[in-house]
Design a protein around this ligand. Structure first.
Ligand SMILES: Cc1cc2nc3c(=O)[nH]c(=O)nc-3n(C[C@H](O)[C@H](O)[C@H](O)COP(=O)(O)OP(=O)(O)OC[C@H]3O[C@@H](n4cnc5c(N)ncnc54)[C@H](O)[C@@H]3O)c2cc1C
Length: 377
Protein backbone atom coordinates (compact mmCIF):
# COMPACT_ATOMS: atom_id res chain seq x y z
CA UNK A 1 0.00 0.00 0.00
CA UNK A 2 1.47 3.36 -0.94
CA UNK A 3 0.49 6.33 1.23
CA UNK A 4 -1.22 9.06 -0.73
CA UNK A 5 -0.56 12.81 -0.39
CA UNK A 6 -1.92 15.86 -2.15
CA UNK A 7 1.60 17.19 -2.65
CA UNK A 8 5.07 15.61 -2.45
CA UNK A 9 8.04 18.02 -2.30
CA UNK A 10 11.54 16.71 -3.03
CA UNK A 11 14.27 18.77 -1.34
CA UNK A 12 14.38 20.31 2.14
CA UNK A 13 16.23 23.52 1.26
CA UNK A 14 14.51 26.88 1.35
CA UNK A 15 12.76 26.37 -2.01
CA UNK A 16 11.28 23.03 -0.95
CA UNK A 17 10.29 24.41 2.46
CA UNK A 18 8.64 27.48 0.93
CA UNK A 19 6.61 25.39 -1.48
CA UNK A 20 5.62 22.91 1.24
CA UNK A 21 4.37 25.85 3.31
CA UNK A 22 2.36 27.33 0.43
CA UNK A 23 0.75 23.93 -0.09
CA UNK A 24 0.01 23.55 3.63
CA UNK A 25 -1.58 27.01 3.65
CA UNK A 26 -4.09 25.59 1.15
CA UNK A 27 -4.92 22.81 3.62
CA UNK A 28 -3.27 20.20 1.42
CA UNK A 29 -1.70 17.04 2.81
CA UNK A 30 2.02 17.52 2.20
CA UNK A 31 5.03 15.18 2.21
CA UNK A 32 8.55 16.67 2.13
CA UNK A 33 11.49 14.38 1.37
CA UNK A 34 15.10 15.41 2.04
CA UNK A 35 18.00 13.08 1.35
CA UNK A 36 20.30 14.24 4.16
CA UNK A 37 19.63 14.09 7.91
CA UNK A 38 19.37 17.88 7.99
CA UNK A 39 19.48 20.18 4.96
CA UNK A 40 23.14 20.84 4.07
CA UNK A 41 22.91 22.60 0.71
CA UNK A 42 23.05 26.28 -0.19
CA UNK A 43 20.29 27.08 2.33
CA UNK A 44 22.62 26.49 5.29
CA UNK A 45 25.83 27.83 3.68
CA UNK A 46 24.73 31.41 3.00
CA UNK A 47 25.01 34.76 4.81
CA UNK A 48 21.41 34.68 6.08
CA UNK A 49 20.80 38.00 4.35
CA UNK A 50 17.22 38.67 3.32
CA UNK A 51 18.12 41.35 0.81
CA UNK A 52 15.22 43.09 -1.02
CA UNK A 53 17.40 46.11 -1.87
CA UNK A 54 19.29 43.93 -4.35
CA UNK A 55 16.23 43.24 -6.48
CA UNK A 56 15.36 45.59 -9.35
CA UNK A 57 12.30 47.81 -8.94
CA UNK A 58 9.09 46.23 -10.17
CA UNK A 59 7.95 42.62 -9.95
CA UNK A 60 11.15 41.18 -8.49
CA UNK A 61 11.41 43.77 -5.74
CA UNK A 62 7.72 43.21 -4.96
CA UNK A 63 8.35 39.45 -4.70
CA UNK A 64 11.27 40.11 -2.35
CA UNK A 65 9.06 42.24 -0.11
CA UNK A 66 6.32 39.55 -0.17
CA UNK A 67 9.00 37.05 0.84
CA UNK A 68 10.17 39.35 3.61
CA UNK A 69 6.63 39.36 5.00
CA UNK A 70 6.66 35.56 5.10
CA UNK A 71 9.93 35.60 7.05
CA UNK A 72 8.31 38.02 9.52
CA UNK A 73 5.29 35.72 9.74
CA UNK A 74 7.56 32.79 10.59
CA UNK A 75 9.22 34.85 13.28
CA UNK A 76 5.91 36.00 14.76
CA UNK A 77 4.75 32.37 14.80
CA UNK A 78 7.84 31.46 16.85
CA UNK A 79 9.29 29.28 14.11
CA UNK A 80 12.59 31.17 13.77
CA UNK A 81 14.52 34.10 15.20
CA UNK A 82 15.38 37.04 12.99
CA UNK A 83 16.69 40.57 13.17
CA UNK A 84 15.29 43.48 11.15
CA UNK A 85 18.82 44.80 10.85
CA UNK A 86 18.76 46.83 7.60
CA UNK A 87 21.83 47.22 5.43
CA UNK A 88 24.67 49.57 4.58
CA UNK A 89 26.26 49.83 1.15
CA UNK A 90 29.59 51.51 1.86
CA UNK A 91 31.34 53.78 -0.64
CA UNK A 92 35.11 54.13 -0.29
CA UNK A 93 35.60 55.55 -3.81
CA UNK A 94 34.07 58.53 -5.60
CA UNK A 95 32.60 56.36 -8.38
CA UNK A 96 30.90 54.13 -5.78
CA UNK A 97 29.45 57.21 -4.09
CA UNK A 98 28.20 58.47 -7.48
CA UNK A 99 26.29 55.20 -7.98
CA UNK A 100 24.77 55.44 -4.50
CA UNK A 101 23.72 59.05 -5.10
CA UNK A 102 22.05 58.11 -8.38
CA UNK A 103 20.31 55.15 -6.77
CA UNK A 104 19.06 57.20 -3.82
CA UNK A 105 17.77 59.94 -6.16
CA UNK A 106 15.39 57.42 -7.77
CA UNK A 107 13.45 57.47 -4.52
CA UNK A 108 11.97 54.03 -5.23
CA UNK A 109 13.29 51.96 -2.32
CA UNK A 110 12.95 54.37 0.60
CA UNK A 111 16.72 54.38 1.02
CA UNK A 112 18.80 57.14 2.56
CA UNK A 113 22.33 58.47 2.04
CA UNK A 114 24.51 58.74 5.16
CA UNK A 115 27.56 60.87 5.84
CA UNK A 116 30.72 59.08 7.00
CA UNK A 117 29.98 60.01 10.62
CA UNK A 118 26.37 58.80 10.37
CA UNK A 119 27.58 55.58 8.74
CA UNK A 120 30.05 54.83 11.53
CA UNK A 121 27.31 55.44 14.09
CA UNK A 122 25.29 52.60 12.53
CA UNK A 123 28.07 50.02 12.83
CA UNK A 124 31.43 49.83 14.61
CA UNK A 125 32.56 47.44 11.88
CA UNK A 126 32.73 50.20 9.23
CA UNK A 127 36.25 51.22 8.20
CA UNK A 128 36.24 55.04 8.36
CA UNK A 129 39.45 55.43 6.34
CA UNK A 130 38.56 56.88 2.94
CA UNK A 131 34.84 56.50 3.58
CA UNK A 132 32.66 58.73 1.34
CA UNK A 133 29.42 57.65 3.00
CA UNK A 134 26.85 54.89 2.69
CA UNK A 135 23.41 53.98 1.45
CA UNK A 136 21.12 52.94 4.29
CA UNK A 137 18.20 50.61 3.58
CA UNK A 138 15.92 49.38 6.33
CA UNK A 139 14.28 46.49 4.46
CA UNK A 140 16.98 43.87 5.05
CA UNK A 141 16.63 41.06 7.59
CA UNK A 142 19.08 38.63 9.16
CA UNK A 143 18.13 35.00 9.70
CA UNK A 144 20.47 32.36 11.09
CA UNK A 145 21.50 30.38 8.02
CA UNK A 146 22.76 27.35 9.92
CA UNK A 147 19.49 26.75 11.75
CA UNK A 148 16.66 28.43 9.82
CA UNK A 149 15.91 25.54 7.44
CA UNK A 150 15.82 22.92 10.22
CA UNK A 151 13.62 25.17 12.37
CA UNK A 152 11.18 25.81 9.52
CA UNK A 153 10.97 22.07 8.81
CA UNK A 154 10.28 21.44 12.49
CA UNK A 155 7.59 24.13 12.55
CA UNK A 156 5.96 22.81 9.36
CA UNK A 157 5.83 19.37 10.98
CA UNK A 158 4.50 20.54 14.33
CA UNK A 159 1.99 23.20 13.25
CA UNK A 160 1.23 22.78 9.54
CA UNK A 161 0.84 19.00 9.45
CA UNK A 162 3.62 18.61 6.87
CA UNK A 163 5.17 15.13 6.91
CA UNK A 164 8.92 15.92 6.71
CA UNK A 165 11.15 12.89 6.18
CA UNK A 166 14.91 13.19 6.27
CA UNK A 167 17.57 10.65 5.18
CA UNK A 168 15.27 9.91 2.25
CA UNK A 169 16.94 10.25 -1.15
CA UNK A 170 14.44 10.21 -3.99
CA UNK A 171 15.75 8.24 -6.96
CA UNK A 172 12.78 8.36 -9.31
CA UNK A 173 9.29 9.57 -10.15
CA UNK A 174 6.98 7.18 -11.93
CA UNK A 175 3.38 7.74 -12.94
CA UNK A 176 2.42 9.93 -9.98
CA UNK A 177 4.61 8.06 -7.50
CA UNK A 178 7.79 9.19 -5.79
CA UNK A 179 10.35 6.43 -5.30
CA UNK A 180 12.95 6.52 -2.50
CA UNK A 181 16.33 4.78 -2.61
CA UNK A 182 15.06 2.00 -0.33
CA UNK A 183 12.17 1.30 -2.71
CA UNK A 184 9.46 3.03 -0.65
CA UNK A 185 6.84 4.71 -2.83
CA UNK A 186 4.38 7.48 -2.10
CA UNK A 187 1.69 8.67 -4.50
CA UNK A 188 0.80 12.35 -4.83
CA UNK A 189 -1.51 14.52 -6.90
CA UNK A 190 1.31 16.98 -7.44
CA UNK A 191 5.05 16.36 -7.21
CA UNK A 192 7.50 19.25 -6.81
CA UNK A 193 11.20 18.81 -7.55
CA UNK A 194 13.19 21.38 -5.52
CA UNK A 195 16.60 19.72 -5.75
CA UNK A 196 18.80 22.81 -5.60
CA UNK A 197 22.14 22.27 -7.30
CA UNK A 198 21.55 18.54 -7.94
CA UNK A 199 20.79 18.58 -11.66
CA UNK A 200 21.72 14.93 -12.23
CA UNK A 201 19.47 12.66 -10.17
CA UNK A 202 15.96 13.58 -11.32
CA UNK A 203 15.15 14.77 -14.86
CA UNK A 204 18.80 15.25 -15.94
CA UNK A 205 17.60 15.57 -19.54
CA UNK A 206 15.42 18.58 -18.63
CA UNK A 207 18.28 20.21 -16.73
CA UNK A 208 20.75 19.58 -19.56
CA UNK A 209 18.79 21.91 -21.86
CA UNK A 210 17.49 24.30 -19.17
CA UNK A 211 20.20 26.95 -19.39
CA UNK A 212 20.84 26.55 -15.64
CA UNK A 213 24.37 27.27 -14.47
CA UNK A 214 26.09 26.14 -11.29
CA UNK A 215 27.92 28.73 -9.20
CA UNK A 216 30.44 28.08 -6.40
CA UNK A 217 30.96 30.69 -3.65
CA UNK A 218 33.80 30.69 -1.09
CA UNK A 219 32.93 31.94 2.38
CA UNK A 220 34.74 32.70 5.64
CA UNK A 221 33.74 33.18 9.26
CA UNK A 222 35.84 35.22 11.68
CA UNK A 223 36.39 34.35 15.30
CA UNK A 224 34.04 36.09 17.75
CA UNK A 225 34.46 39.87 18.00
CA UNK A 226 33.88 40.75 21.66
CA UNK A 227 31.53 43.56 22.63
CA UNK A 228 29.57 43.96 19.42
CA UNK A 229 26.02 45.26 19.87
CA UNK A 230 23.16 43.14 18.52
CA UNK A 231 21.16 43.89 15.39
CA UNK A 232 24.07 45.37 13.44
CA UNK A 233 23.22 46.08 9.80
CA UNK A 234 24.50 43.86 7.02
CA UNK A 235 27.42 45.47 5.23
CA UNK A 236 28.00 45.52 1.48
CA UNK A 237 30.93 47.17 -0.26
CA UNK A 238 31.20 49.35 -3.35
CA UNK A 239 32.25 46.17 -5.18
CA UNK A 240 28.79 44.78 -4.45
CA UNK A 241 27.20 47.45 -6.64
CA UNK A 242 28.49 45.40 -9.64
CA UNK A 243 26.66 42.36 -8.37
CA UNK A 244 22.99 43.20 -7.75
CA UNK A 245 20.60 44.02 -10.59
CA UNK A 246 18.96 46.87 -8.70
CA UNK A 247 21.97 49.12 -9.41
CA UNK A 248 22.01 48.48 -13.17
CA UNK A 249 19.83 51.58 -13.68
CA UNK A 250 22.60 53.88 -12.36
CA UNK A 251 24.53 55.58 -15.21
CA UNK A 252 27.78 55.73 -13.18
CA UNK A 253 27.88 51.96 -12.65
CA UNK A 254 29.73 51.41 -15.93
CA UNK A 255 32.55 53.72 -14.82
CA UNK A 256 32.87 51.77 -11.58
CA UNK A 257 32.89 48.45 -13.46
CA UNK A 258 35.55 49.76 -15.85
CA UNK A 259 37.80 50.86 -12.97
CA UNK A 260 37.59 47.44 -11.32
CA UNK A 261 38.21 45.66 -14.63
CA UNK A 262 41.29 47.80 -15.35
CA UNK A 263 42.81 48.12 -11.86
CA UNK A 264 41.89 44.81 -10.21
CA UNK A 265 40.92 42.29 -12.92
CA UNK A 266 41.51 39.46 -10.43
CA UNK A 267 38.26 40.48 -8.70
CA UNK A 268 36.29 40.06 -11.93
CA UNK A 269 38.07 36.77 -12.67
CA UNK A 270 36.75 35.23 -9.47
CA UNK A 271 33.51 37.24 -9.23
CA UNK A 272 34.60 38.76 -5.92
CA UNK A 273 32.59 41.40 -4.11
CA UNK A 274 32.63 41.64 -0.35
CA UNK A 275 29.89 41.55 2.26
CA UNK A 276 29.73 40.98 6.02
CA UNK A 277 27.04 39.84 8.41
CA UNK A 278 27.16 39.00 12.10
CA UNK A 279 26.50 35.64 13.74
CA UNK A 280 24.72 35.52 17.12
CA UNK A 281 27.96 34.95 19.06
CA UNK A 282 29.71 37.91 17.42
CA UNK A 283 31.48 36.05 14.62
CA UNK A 284 31.34 37.76 11.24
CA UNK A 285 30.36 35.88 8.08
CA UNK A 286 32.51 37.15 5.22
CA UNK A 287 32.38 36.56 1.49
CA UNK A 288 32.15 35.99 -1.40
CA UNK A 289 33.37 34.81 -4.80
CA UNK A 290 31.58 33.40 -7.85
CA UNK A 291 32.96 30.64 -10.09
CA UNK A 292 30.77 28.99 -12.71
CA UNK A 293 30.29 25.52 -14.22
CA UNK A 294 33.62 24.12 -15.54
CA UNK A 295 35.62 26.46 -13.27
CA UNK A 296 34.11 24.73 -10.20
CA UNK A 297 36.39 22.29 -8.40
CA UNK A 298 36.00 20.58 -4.99
CA UNK A 299 39.09 22.46 -3.80
CA UNK A 300 38.91 25.90 -2.24
CA UNK A 301 41.44 28.48 -3.36
CA UNK A 302 43.55 30.32 -0.79
CA UNK A 303 44.17 32.96 -3.48
CA UNK A 304 40.43 33.72 -3.50
CA UNK A 305 40.26 33.81 0.31
CA UNK A 306 43.24 36.18 0.41
CA UNK A 307 41.70 38.48 -2.22
CA UNK A 308 38.43 38.62 -0.30
CA UNK A 309 40.27 39.43 2.93
CA UNK A 310 42.34 42.10 1.14
CA UNK A 311 39.14 43.83 -0.05
CA UNK A 312 37.32 43.32 3.26
CA UNK A 313 40.11 45.06 5.17
CA UNK A 314 39.53 48.14 2.99
CA UNK A 315 35.88 48.41 4.03
CA UNK A 316 35.50 46.93 7.51
CA UNK A 317 37.53 46.81 10.74
CA UNK A 318 37.67 43.70 12.91
CA UNK A 319 39.43 43.50 16.26
CA UNK A 320 40.58 40.01 15.35
CA UNK A 321 40.93 38.90 11.74
CA UNK A 322 41.58 35.26 12.65
CA UNK A 323 39.40 33.02 10.47
CA UNK A 324 37.50 30.34 12.36
CA UNK A 325 35.81 28.58 9.43
CA UNK A 326 36.09 28.35 5.66
CA UNK A 327 33.57 26.65 3.38
CA UNK A 328 31.97 26.88 0.00
CA UNK A 329 28.43 26.56 -1.28
CA UNK A 330 27.02 25.83 -4.70
CA UNK A 331 23.74 27.07 -6.08
CA UNK A 332 22.05 26.73 -9.44
CA UNK A 333 21.04 29.86 -11.32
CA UNK A 334 19.24 30.72 -14.51
CA UNK A 335 20.60 33.74 -16.41
CA UNK A 336 17.16 35.06 -17.39
CA UNK A 337 14.51 34.08 -14.85
CA UNK A 338 14.45 34.38 -11.04
CA UNK A 339 13.77 30.64 -10.75
CA UNK A 340 13.72 27.91 -13.39
CA UNK A 341 10.41 26.09 -13.63
CA UNK A 342 9.31 23.26 -15.88
CA UNK A 343 6.59 20.62 -16.04
CA UNK A 344 8.37 17.55 -17.43
CA UNK A 345 5.24 15.41 -17.11
CA UNK A 346 1.68 16.06 -15.93
CA UNK A 347 1.49 17.22 -12.29
CA UNK A 348 5.27 17.24 -11.84
CA UNK A 349 6.77 20.71 -11.34
CA UNK A 350 10.48 21.47 -11.25
CA UNK A 351 11.45 24.60 -9.26
CA UNK A 352 15.18 25.16 -9.00
CA UNK A 353 17.77 27.88 -9.43
CA UNK A 354 16.96 31.02 -7.43
CA UNK A 355 20.68 31.82 -7.68
CA UNK A 356 22.24 34.12 -5.13
CA UNK A 357 18.90 35.39 -3.84
CA UNK A 358 17.15 32.20 -2.81
CA UNK A 359 16.86 33.13 0.87
CA UNK A 360 15.46 36.51 -0.14
CA UNK A 361 13.06 35.38 -2.84
CA UNK A 362 11.90 31.81 -2.19
CA UNK A 363 8.71 32.46 -0.25
CA UNK A 364 7.53 35.10 -2.72
CA UNK A 365 8.47 32.93 -5.69
CA UNK A 366 6.64 29.95 -4.17
CA UNK A 367 3.57 32.12 -3.57
CA UNK A 368 3.66 33.25 -7.22
CA UNK A 369 4.14 29.67 -8.49
CA UNK A 370 1.18 28.41 -6.45
CA UNK A 371 -1.05 31.28 -7.53
CA UNK A 372 -0.15 31.18 -11.21
CA UNK A 373 0.65 27.56 -12.08
CA UNK A 374 0.85 24.81 -9.46
CA UNK A 375 -2.31 25.71 -7.60
CA UNK A 376 -4.19 26.64 -10.76
CA UNK A 377 -4.02 23.18 -12.40
C1 LIG B 1 27.66 30.80 -0.06
C2 LIG B 1 26.26 31.27 -0.39
C3 LIG B 1 25.80 32.48 0.13
C4 LIG B 1 24.51 32.90 -0.16
N1 LIG B 1 24.00 33.99 0.49
C5 LIG B 1 22.70 34.31 0.33
C6 LIG B 1 22.11 35.32 1.11
O1 LIG B 1 22.72 35.86 2.03
N2 LIG B 1 20.82 35.70 0.82
C7 LIG B 1 20.11 35.08 -0.15
O2 LIG B 1 18.96 35.49 -0.41
N3 LIG B 1 20.59 34.01 -0.81
C8 LIG B 1 21.87 33.61 -0.60
N4 LIG B 1 22.38 32.56 -1.27
C9 LIG B 1 21.53 31.82 -2.19
C10 LIG B 1 20.63 30.83 -1.45
O3 LIG B 1 21.32 30.25 -0.37
C11 LIG B 1 20.13 29.76 -2.42
O4 LIG B 1 19.52 30.38 -3.54
C12 LIG B 1 19.10 28.85 -1.79
O5 LIG B 1 19.54 28.37 -0.55
C13 LIG B 1 18.78 27.68 -2.72
O6 LIG B 1 17.83 26.89 -2.05
P1 LIG B 1 17.40 25.49 -2.66
O7 LIG B 1 16.34 24.94 -1.81
O8 LIG B 1 17.13 25.64 -4.12
O9 LIG B 1 18.74 24.60 -2.62
P2 LIG B 1 19.42 23.81 -1.43
O10 LIG B 1 19.48 24.60 -0.19
O11 LIG B 1 20.71 23.31 -1.97
O12 LIG B 1 18.43 22.63 -1.13
C14 LIG B 1 18.21 21.56 -2.04
C15 LIG B 1 17.94 20.34 -1.18
O13 LIG B 1 17.43 19.29 -2.00
C16 LIG B 1 17.97 18.09 -1.50
N5 LIG B 1 17.87 17.11 -2.60
C17 LIG B 1 18.40 17.23 -3.84
N6 LIG B 1 18.10 16.16 -4.58
C18 LIG B 1 17.37 15.32 -3.78
C19 LIG B 1 16.78 14.06 -3.98
N7 LIG B 1 16.88 13.40 -5.14
N8 LIG B 1 16.09 13.48 -2.95
C20 LIG B 1 15.97 14.14 -1.75
N9 LIG B 1 16.53 15.35 -1.51
C21 LIG B 1 17.21 15.93 -2.53
C22 LIG B 1 19.39 18.44 -1.11
O14 LIG B 1 19.92 17.50 -0.19
C23 LIG B 1 19.21 19.81 -0.53
O15 LIG B 1 19.02 19.79 0.88
C24 LIG B 1 23.68 32.12 -1.02
C25 LIG B 1 24.16 30.92 -1.55
C26 LIG B 1 25.43 30.49 -1.23
C27 LIG B 1 25.91 29.17 -1.79
Amino acid sequence: MTTHYDVAVIGGGIVGLANAWMAAKRNLKVLLLERTSVAQGASVRNFGMIWPVGQPAGELHDIALRSRNYWLELSEAGAIDLETCGSLHLAHNDDEWAVLEEFASLGTFGVQLLTPAETCERSPLVNPVGLCGALWSDSEIRVHPRTASAKIAHWLTETQNVDCRFKTPVVGIDDGEVIAADGTRWSAEKILVCSGSDLQTLYPDVFATSGLKLCKLQMLKSVSQPGLPSNLPHIASGLTLRHYASFEVCPSLQQLKTRIAEQTPELDRYGIHVMASTFPQGQIILGDSHEYDEAITPFDSTEIDDLMLRELRKVICLNDWEIAERWHGIYSKHPEVPIFSATPEPNVHILVGPGGAGMTMSFGLAERAWNQTIGAT
